[in-house]
Ligand binder design. Structure first.
Ligand code: NAD
Length: 269
């Protein structure tokens, strides 16, 4: 654990925390002193392993199962969290999926699944967390905010993505949900922000990096010249969860190696 932990005594819930970005965020929050709920929907053994990793470094964590798109499961998960840690200070809405296809062959089931997990899941978890933030208010020894919500968005809240209309729509939706909630909740001292990762090396996009040809093609989209690592996002999440970002609400922090800089124009001036 860091010698001067910024999230000491705070409790955090990270959805989809047994893989990729969520896993790195859970570990980073725990390293900065937070008690962490490692949410998972499948592969409990991996979630248990994340908990063990956190405990090995002197942190505190618990693995809780819930499908974030199911209202009753989300409700039960928050109750279990309160039984263990008493409250919530930080919510990281990370769980997300892709079900890609051209629009003419996209099934309604695949459209709905992506919207349900990526967007409705964030709504359901946010609603539970906000109820608790409002009930409890600010606890000055822990944080000067009454609560912090971090939504995992994507560069695709801005960049259109052919063949991924359901995913891009879910991320565009997260952007306006996040901003509307930030506006609604700022007077209550609740901060709501998003992180917009570019290409991060995780299982969700394996075909884009698992051969040298695919990786080289991907790198043409990244001015900074490397694929992102989950830890790059963990660091941003800790900052957004900490009081160091106390005046930041209603914004997306893009961590994308410059992907949003229209790299196709770099040699066409
Ligand atoms: P990943 O596939 O490694 O992790 C996704 C996690 O979400 C897994 O733990 C999975 O089990 C979980 N999950 C899926 N459905 C769930 C459900 N119904 N309930 C609870 N958990 C569920 O992918 P990742 O790259 O780590 O993605 C994490 C987030 O980051 C997603 O929201 C994704 O859209 C976003 N993102 C990723 C990238 C990238 O390049 N990897 C870029 C931009 C945004």
């Amino acid at each position: 654990m860091n010698s001067n932990p910024r999230l000491k005594g705070q409790s955090a819930l990270v959805t989809g925390a047994n893989s990729g970005i969520g896993l790195a965020v859970a570990i980073a929050l725990a390293n900065d002193g937070a008690n962490v709920v490692v949410n998972y929907v499948s592969h409990p053994e991996v979630a248990d392993d994340v908990v063990k990793q956190i405990e090995k470094h002197g942190g505190n964590a618990i693995a809780l199962k819930a499908d974030v798109s199911k209202e009753d499961e989300v409700h039960a998960m928050f109750q279990q969290m309160y039984d263990k840690y008493g409250t919530i200070d930080i919510l990281v809405n990370n769980a997300g999926i892709q079900k890609d296809s051209p629009i003419e062959s996209m099934s309604l089931a695949d459209w709905q699944l992506v919207i349900n997990v990526n967007l409705t899941g964030q709504f359901l978890c946010t609603r539970e967390a906000v109820k608790e933030f409002l009930r409890r208010g600010i606890v000055q020894e822990r944080s000067c905010a009454a609560g912090k919500i971090i939504c995992m968005s994507s560069v695709h809240e801005v960049i259109p993505w052919a063949g991924h209309a359901n995913y891009a729509a879910s991320k565009g939706g997260i952007n306006m949900m996040m901003k509307s909630l930030a506006q609604e909740l700022a007077p209550k001292k609740i901060r709501v922000n998003s992180i917009g990762p570019g290409a991060i090396q995780t299982p969700i996009n394996k075909p884009a990096w698992d051969t040298p040809e695919a990786l080289n093609k991907l790198l043409t989209l990244i001015p900074y010249g490397r694929i992102g690592q989950p830890e790059d996002i963990g660091k941003v999440a800790v900052w957004l969860a900490s009081d160091e970002s106390d005046y930041v609400t209603g914004t997306t922090i893009f961590a994308d190696g410059g992907m949003l800089l229209y790299p196709g124009f770099s040699t066409n001036g």
